[in-house]
Write a protein that binds this ligand. Structure first.
Ligand code: AQP
Length: 360
């Protein structure tokens, strides 16, 4: 029986990904991550774990009531986007103690210098403190440049490594901005295996989804669309009503050049809208550009993009409304997810503790 099970596991990919419950997911989260999560859970060789990274969310200040509401909205949104609890383990990170347990073990193995080089904590610092010329090392050495840098924010790539390795995940869907953290997880896995002369952890590989779009802000199209952007007009939330989507896209920053052409460098706003259009319609960029060949005005172009976005989001929004009225079901899914994830995590933490001599 065990041999049969081992055979069935061979060549399987164990995939883990997460999203921070820091607000309503937006079109960027959907096109860059969630849509791909739904596809991955349908692949026959994949076991998929998807989590709400609530412990990561608190690396920045969070109002408790808002965080609670965001978590519920996020759960309903993920289900509405098509995450199927029969195919995927959907769970809250903070419900599985193994993440923090393993993080502590990894903290005791990870050189501080590795974390000093990570770009994320620096990017969350106040722009004036970031200063282009100040290196990571210089920043860390000068307390006045890192006011507000909490240990959790500095250390969260180690928690990310624990999130991945606690399930012995072999694959992690990531955006390019997260590759550095995945590399750190691979290094930590290597250090652990070497220190304790074991093959406990696989080296997780990135899945960089083909054709996935980095959706940019509608207000500043050179920055990515972000949940925490204070301007609501910079993003399209999955819950936005059709009229609001149309108004946000109509007001999206473009340029005064005639016609619709794709040129990310010189026409970031127009290119972002083309890219959104091609993604929601599941067509190639050059086919999208062709469709706009005879468009009469910028407003007509924007209205066509808005109509396509609305078309794509309407079924998700209908399902989301239904789920928001069925909180009992959403809570039950999360309960079952936490139970399944905790079983696997607890077993793997025990294996680690035994190897390290923490168990008698
Ligand atoms: N604009 C984007 N375009 C494409 N993909 C994106 N993702 C985020 N923004 C875009 C992808 O969504 C997944 C979940 O991201 P996250 O919520 O864990 O954190 P994030 O990347 O920091 O997303 P936000 O929206 O910018 O959140 P805040 O404002 O809270 O920091 C990831 O796979 C991410 O690549």
């Amino acid at each position: 029986m065990a041999a049969k099970q081992a055979l069935a596991q061979q060549g399987r990919r164990l995939i883990l990904s997460g999203i921070q419950p820091t607000g309503i997911p937006h079109l960027g989260n959907y096109l860059g991550a969630l849509n791909n999560w739904v596809k991955l859970q349908q692949e026959p060789d994949a076991t998929t774990y998807y989590m709400f990274a609530d412990l990561h969310a608190i690396t920045m200040p969070q109002d408790p009531a808002t965080l609670r509401r965001n978590k519920l909205d996020m759960a309903a949104s993920l289900l509405a986007c098509g995450i199927d609890p029969k195919r995927s383990v959907l769970f809250e990170q903070s419900r599985v103690p193994g993440h923090a347990d393993l993080m502590w073990v990894f903290n005791c193995l990870t050189p501080v210098g590795w974390l000093g080089r990570m770009t994320q904590w620096k990017s969350k610092m106040d722009a004036s403190a970031r200063g282009n010329k100040v290196s990571h090392a210089e920043m860390l050495a000068d307390e006045s440049l890192t006011t507000g840098l909490k240990m959790g924010l500095f250390d969260y790539p180690v928690l990310q490594a624990a999130d991945i390795l606690i399930y012995k995940a072999t694959h992690v869907p990531v955006g390019e901005d997260q590759l550095q953290h995945l590399e750190l997880a691979r290094d930590i896995a290597k250090v652990f295996n070497k220190t304790f002369k074991s093959n406990t952890f696989p080296k997780p590989n990135p899945i960089i989804p083909q054709g996935t779009k980095r959706v940019m802000s509608l207000r500043v199209p050179t920055s990515k669309m972000s949940k925490s952007d204070p301007s609501d007009h910079s993003k399209i939330n999955l819950t936005d009503a059709p009229e609001l989507i149309q108004s946000k896209i109509r007001r999206a920053v473009t340029d005064s050049i005639q016609g619709v052409t794709y040129d990310v460098e010189n026409r970031p706003g127009v290119s972002n809208l083309i890219s959104i259009y091609s993604a929601v319609r599941d067509i190639e960029i050059h086919d999208a550009v062709k469709e706009f060949e005879n468009v009469k005005s910028t407003q007509a172009f924007k209205d066509q993009v808005a109509a396509a976005v609305i078309d794509r989001l309407t079924p998700i929004q209908n399902e989301l409304k239904r789920l928001q009225d069925d909180q009992g079901y959403v809570m039950q899914v999360l309960e079952e997810g936490a139970t399944k994830a905790s079983e696997v995590a607890a077993k793997n933490v025990e294996e680690v503790y035994k190897l390290m001599g923490l168990r008698l």
